[in-house]
Design a protein around this ligand. Structure first.
Ligand SMILES: Cc1ncc(COP(=O)(O)O)c(C=O)c1O
Length: 311
């Protein structure tokens, strides 16, 4: 989908115009995939707008960078403030926020330790990611997720998304909204850009971090909400065939939010409709982000935007 541009992008501590945010073709990141990034949503609430779990996202960015020996020259607080600054400067809510740090122009060669680290933060309007409000028709991908001790799954690194692209393009080519990848041992892992949940007999299941998943912030939010609502939660390795016999299944992620799966490999999940556990969690999540329920977990960072532009 085409990007809807905004006026400003934050770069290394300053706001620059959208068109000035350019890099050299010989930058390290272009050749070796050396970037780490985040995807964050800012929601509109009745009294204004708020960024969902901003510190957790920026902490994950810092952690992704740390894994790749890319010390970011900004504190967590400075990065949080930078996100608020760029949203307020652009005056666009609701919006999607894309902070990215990468190894820039300096040296050639795989070892990027001497290349400068650049940090940019953009925001722009962006709607639903997985098509279909009636639930997503997905497939199990022929591609596996990243093997342990190859590309670290807990780092949200640009290079990991080459694997995600294979999963997503294959699904798209075969007429599915998304693909679910197995890990290298054949257990359920995650979608190309989403964590996966199953509901079986009223219990909520999700793959643990050791099954090559990203430590999703929406995943964590759903686990918190489920425990708070008294829904039993189990994190364990899950065999593929549970997808076909579970009662409910859904994806979570900043882009997809909470999206139920209607079918997997053309086999209906339950009766194909959003089931009661998913419905309850979906409502609890959207009530908080839309400001209809009290933000008891302090998940929203307020932003002051004068002129709101709809997605
Ligand atoms: C591979 C992958 N898994 C899971 C997720 C969900 O993570 P979050 O809920 O933090 O957006 C994402 C999105 O960032 C992702 O790219």
């Amino acid at each position: 989908m085409p990007i809807e541009t905004t006026n400003h992008i934050w770069h290394n501590g300053e706001l620059i115009t959208w068109d000035k945010a350019q890099i050299h073709v010989m930058s390290h990141v272009v050749h070796y995939g050396s970037s780490v990034f985040e995807g964050i949503r800012c929601y509109k609430q009745p009294g204004g707008a708020g960024v969902f779990r901003l510190p957790e996202h920026m902490q994950r960015l810092i952690h992704s960078a740390k894994i790749y020996r890319m010390p970011l020259p900004y504190t967590l607080e400075q990065l949080n403030d930078a996100v608020v600054e760029v949203i307020e400067a652009n005056g666009v809510t609701p919006c999607y926020i894309r902070p990215i740090a990468f190894r820039g122009y300096g040296e050639i060669g795989v070892n990027g330790l001497k290349s400068p680290i650049e940090v940019y933060i953009a925001n722009f309007p962006w709607g639903k990611y997985v098509p279909g409000n009636e639930g997503a028709d997905v497939c199990v991908s022929s591609w596996n997720r990243l093997a342990p001790n190859t590309m670290p799954s807990l780092a949200k690194a640009g290079a990991n998304y080459m694997n995600s692209q294979l999963i997503r393009m294959e699904a798209d080519t075969n007429g599915y909204a998304e693909g679910i990848a197995l890990d290298t041992n054949g257990y359920l892992s995650e979608g190309s850009g989403e964590n996966l949940f199953l509901v079986i007999g009223g219990t909520l299941y999700t793959s643990p971090l050791a099954n090559s998943v990203l430590n999703g912030i929406t995943r964590d939010s759903i686990l918190v909400l489920a425990r708070q609502m008294g829904i039993p939660v189990v994190e364990q390795a899950l065999p593929r065939e549970l997808l076909y016999i579970c009662d409910e299944a859904f994806f979570t992620g900043t882009a997809v939010e909470v999206t139920h799966l209607r079918s997997v490999d053309r086999i209906l999940v339950g009766d194909g409709k959003m089931g009661p556990v998913t419905t309850a969690l979906h409502k609890a999540f959207f009530d908080i982000v839309n400001g209809l329920a009290a933000d008891v977990h302090n998940w929203l960072t307020p932003v002051k935007v004068h002129e709101a532009v709809g997605v």
